[in-house]
Design a protein around this ligand. Structure first.
Ligand SMILES: NC(=O)c1ccc[n+]([C@@H]2O[C@H](COP(=O)([O-])OP(=O)(O)OC[C@H]3O[C@@H](n4cnc5c(N)ncnc54)[C@H](OP(=O)(O)O)[C@@H]3O)[C@@H](O)[C@H]2O)c1
Length: 379
């Protein structure tokens, strides 16, 4: 019976945590429920980066004494002493909470388990690991970033039944239907940045913002374009809309030197950020780019194509997760999402782990993790 209640309230924590989508990164999504004798006394979640954590929010929302209550939280309460707000464990102890139930330990190896220890030392019963895998998936980007200091990379692509992401002329509007595209807009709320290549920029002139009826909370993700800056047209939306200061171009120094005065003026005027990267065998070193992006506090990236971009992330093994939207259309000759002339034997095929299949309005979506494993399961 107790296990079922633990599961129920931790699931509620996950629901509450997601209310922080789009406003808490680079912090994790955390929800908190406080219950006594089967009655929920209070709830809270981490609402905004820099704001109070979920536990003090839930405690502050309570209108009755919390003595003897159980506090549910999807992430281990913090025990830091180097911030302006008091550590959550102190607030929990002061409020005479009797039991704490947690889904995941803090993934930071330097502090993991310390919050639990302080609570136990204070005589509080602590249970850890309830719906642990669900909690890890919810905060998978945070887990990876805190453990590696590199952004979590999720590739998404929409393909036809014959494996194409665009027709032979480069037209790709639209392969997937509204329901699938709405899902991608939801993800844009979740990710710090969206990344495309220069050809997708010129073919699609995308805005890469959050629409389709989703409350963006005023957020526009960073919009990253890979390619030669001297070949970019600055009338594209990413460079000229009101969010151009959220656009980052990753290019080479050589290409920057070839840019015209007019292009340089546009970069300056529209506050576009430039990141320089070297090319090896015609391709950027993505590992280096991810490190540079992490310094801009970008903890997660949704890679939205096209073929060259996706191929390089796969070949350089610089992705964590991939979602294939397989749509019931065929178009014959067209652009595939992956090219590799060297791969000639099935035994060398790229495989994935932890595959999950979903049906979104008659489109099959396969979510999978890179075969280095779900980063969240490595700890
Ligand atoms: N169905 C879908 O899900 C989907 C999604 C996105 C795009 N698309 C379609 O895909 C097509 C575009 O694909 P594409 O392969 O032609 O182009 P792309 O990947 O969008 O862009 C290719 C260009 O980006 C730069 N680039 C990409 N990866 C790089 C790397 N690792 N290192 C250095 N530079 C890199 C290069 O620019 P420079 O040449 O300037 O160096 C390269 O020529 C379009 O038709 C678009 O509509 C479909």
């Amino acid at each position: 019976m107790e296990i079922n209640l633990d599961t129920k309230y931790i699931n509620r924590c996950f629901e509450l945590a997601q209310k922080g989508l789009g406003s808490v990164s680079p912090n994790p999504l955390v929800g908190c429920v406080i219950e006594r004798d089967g009655i929920v006394l209070s709830e809270g979640f981490h609402e905004i980066y820099g704001g109070p954590h979920a536990e003090p929010n839930a405690i502050a929302n309570a209108t009755v004494s919390l003595e003897g209550a159980t506090l549910y939280c999807n992430l281990e309460p913090c025990c830091h002493t180097n911030k302006q707000t008091p550590p959550c464990v102190k607030t929990i102890i002061e409020n005479k909470i009797k039991r704490v139930v947690i889904s995941n330990l803090d993934p930071n190896p330097n502090v993991s388990g310390n919050g639990v220890k302080i609570l136990r030392d204070a005589g509080i019963e602590v249970d850890v690991g309830i719906l642990e895998e669900v909690g890890k998936e919810l905060n998978e980007a945070f887990f990876k970033f805190i453990q590696t200091n590199k952004p979590f990379v999720h590739i998404k692509l929409a393909q036809t039944l014959d494996g194409k992401i665009a027709t032979s002329t480069g037209d790709s509007k639209w392969i997937s239907n509204d329901s699938a595209r709405k899902k991608v807009h939801e993800w844009r709320l979740k990710y710090d940045a969206v990344l495309i290549g220069r050809n997708t920029l010129s073919k699609d002139d995308p805005t890469l913002n959050i629409r389709m009826g989703i409350n963006s909370k005023g957020k526009v993700p960073f919009r990253i374009v890979l390619g030669s800056i001297d070949k970019m047209n600055f009338s594209y939306k990413l460079f000229s809309d009101e969010w151009s200061h959220r656009t980052i171009v990753v290019t080479t120094l050589d290409s920057y030197r070839l840019a015209t005065n007019s292009q340089l003026e546009q970069i300056e005027k529209n506050k576009i950020t430039i990141i320089f990267a070297d090319k090896q065998n015609g391709s950027f070193n993505l590992d280096d780019i991810l490190l540079q992006l992490s310094k801009l506090k970008i903890t997660s990236i949704l890679v939205e194509g096209g073929k060259s971009v996706i191929t390089s992330f796969i070949n350089q093994k610089q992705y964590d997760k991939i979602s294939f939207f397989i749509c019931p259309k065929i178009i014959g000759n067209g652009i595939s999402y992956y090219e590799n002339d060297d791969l000639t034997l099935m035994k060398d095929a790229i495989t994935f782990s932890e595959t999950r299949v979903e049906n979104i309005d008659n489109q099959v979506v396969i979510h999978a993790y890179s075969n280095k494993g779900n980063v969240c399961l490595q700890d």
